[in-house]
Design a protein around this ligand. Structure first.
Ligand code: SAM
Length: 315
């Protein structure tokens, strides 16, 4: 489903949004929230309008390129008609599908990698070993900056009891386990004996093996078998995407107040933004994203860290 955006410099974005909503509201379904953000659902597509510091930001989506051009045309024509006191520049970007959106440029991505606490030799070795042992699957490993982020979060929250869903060869579990105190505990869940055998080796070498309890089997079974008490301080979810809503539910009820859940891959390579993508993983991630945003039990934020990371803190 093509998506196109326009960034229109103006000091009056709120005023234009109100005018567009009021005028187009006669033939379209519109919403306007108190922060000035609006949606206009036309018969052939949708446009989101938002005030953005000295500009009006517009995001148009439609089923195909022709319908998208129609949405752009309706919104642009009306906007220009309302702009009687200034000359607006409305340039729409080329239409792209969700998985073609550039969320983080390679330049920024590389800069982020080199401007965080750098991985030590053991982590670097684990990356090389994973590539050698697992080939293409190595792409599942989290990046250095995300690992540094996890360690920081564990230390900042003072977590002692943690859960990881999706161990693979152990990169993220090493970052979490090393950041726990000496008497800390990490319950690590995965289905693969083969991949986690590498993780075990690196937990040993890092001197944290006594903090990690590996449970092999479907993580949902492992989580459901845990006592119901809210005793966990930290959780990282990075496994099979269709189970994310269930993992979240099982974990959030077992988090102590102030405990933190971190979910990886909540952008699905940009596919969550594009309703044309309807695979089970994409549907489940959209579902958990909605669930968390509305969940009164937590305060949450979604960050553009790599493929999108959500932090949800238990109230
Ligand atoms: C993306 S990888 C995890 C990467 C890891 N966090 C890292 O930093 O290297 C996903 C892992 O989830 C595991 N997995 C898939 N389905 C699972 C399930 N139902 N229960 C537990 N683990 C599962 C896979 O075996 C795989 O190791």
């Amino acid at each position: 489903m093509p998506i196109s955006t326009a960034y229109v410099p103006t000091d009056r974005p709120e005023r234009y949004i109100k005018q567009l909503v009021s005028h187009l509201g006669r033939k379209a379904t519109t919403t306007l929230s108190t922060d000035g953000r609006a949606t206009i659902a036309l018969s052939h597509g949708e446009c989101v309008l938002a005030p953005a510091g000295g500009a009006l930001e517009m995001i148009a989506t439609a089923a195909d390129a022709e319908a998208l051009a129609g949405v752009q045309d309706v919104v642009t024509r009306h906007l220009l008609r309302f702009a009687t006191q200034e000359e607006l520049r409305t340039e729409w970007t080329e239409p792209v599908a969700g998985d073609e959106l550039e969320i983080l440029s390679p330049v920024a991505g590389d800069y982020l990698l080199t401007h965080c606490t750098q991985p030590d030799e053991l982590l670097r070795e684990l990356v090389a070993r994973t590539r050698e042992a697992t080939g293409g699957a190595a792409g599942m490993q989290i990046s250095h900056d995300e690992g540094a982020f996890l360690s920081l979060l564990v230390r900042m929250t003072g977590a002692r009891r943690a859960i990881e869903v999706g161990v693979f060869t152990g990169y993220s579990s090493l970052c979490v386990a090393r950041a726990l105190p000496e008497d800390g505990h990490l319950l690590a869940c995965d289905v693969s004996e083969e991949w986690t055998s590498i993780a075990r080796e690196y937990w040993e070498r890092a001197g944290v093996a006594d903090r990690v309890e590996l449970r092999i089997g479907p993580a949902l079974d492992t989580l459901r078998a845990l006592p119901a008490e809210p005793v966990y301080d930290f959780a990282f979810i990075d496994a099979d995407k269709p189970s994310y809503p269930a993992y979240y539910e099982e974990i959030v009820s077992r988090l102590r107040p102030g405990g933190l859940i971190v979910l990886d891959n909540v952008f699905q390579g940009g596919r969550v933004f594009d309703p044309a993508f309807q695979e089970a993983s994409q549907v489940a991630i959209r579902q958990v994203n909605e669930l968390i945003a509305r969940d009164e039990r937590v305060e949450s934020v979604m960050l553009p860290v790599r493929d999108g990371v959500t932090l949800a803190r238990r109230r």
